[in-house]
Ligand binder design. Structure first.
Ligand code: AMP
Length: 170
């Protein structure tokens, strides 16, 4: 199945110069959505995975389903002040300014095997920040998976030493 057919390019969104990869055509198509999830499942079914970590907001669309398929738990990483209990925070650089993400302090037990899942790998700033959050809690990142990778931005270089996989490459 050619998943690229279900990715819509939206030029100049959310700001001028960005070509946004809109995945809603993929999510709304039953066969494409199933194929994408089955493909991720096939990639990780042999891997040791105790927890799947998904990043707000688009990671929440499919990472919990993958957790279910793998027989793993699901852990949300959220924007500040959304999680109700004690959190660990990480702040990272954006093109202009910084961003912060949070995870509950008891989300991951030391030594647990963790699969990090998000919709898209661009510069790698978001994923590498979440890797820090996971490792700070003693988690062992066994894989980092995406639906889409913008290879020309070389986000993988920020995730050195990790098993990085994406279903769709640009
Ligand atoms: P980065 O930290 O640069 O790897 O950016 C990753 C996050 O930004 C992902 O969670 C994406 O949802 C979002 N993102 C960045 N660039 C794009 C793009 N061109 N199209 C869609 N989403 C993007």
């Amino acid at each position: 199945m050619e998943l690229k057919e279900y990715v819509r390019d939206v030029p100049d969104w959310p700001k001028k110069g960005i070509v946004f990869k809109d995945l809603t055509p993929l999510f709304k198509d039953p066969e494409a959505f199933r194929f994408a999830l089955d493909s991720l499942h096939d990639r990780y079914r042999e891997a040791p995975v105790d927890k799947v970590v998904g990043i707000e907001a688009r990671g929440f669309i499919f990472a919990p389903t993958l957790a279910y398929m793998l027989g793993a738990g699901f852990v949300p990483v959220r924007k500040p002040k959304k999680l109700p209990w004690q959190t660990e925070q990480v702040t990272y650089e954006l093109e202009y300014g910084t961003d912060t993400l949070e995870m509950h302090r008891d989300a991951i037990e030391p030594g647990e095997n963790v699969l990090l899942i998000d919709d898209l790998l661009a510069t790698g700033g978001t994923a590498s920040a979440v890797v820090k959050l996971i490792e700070r809690q003693g988690g062992n990142v066994t894989g980092i998976g995406f639906l889409v990778e913008l290879g020309f931005l070389n986000g993988r270089s920020k995730l050195n030493g990790h098993d990085v996989y994406a279903l769709i490459q640009y």
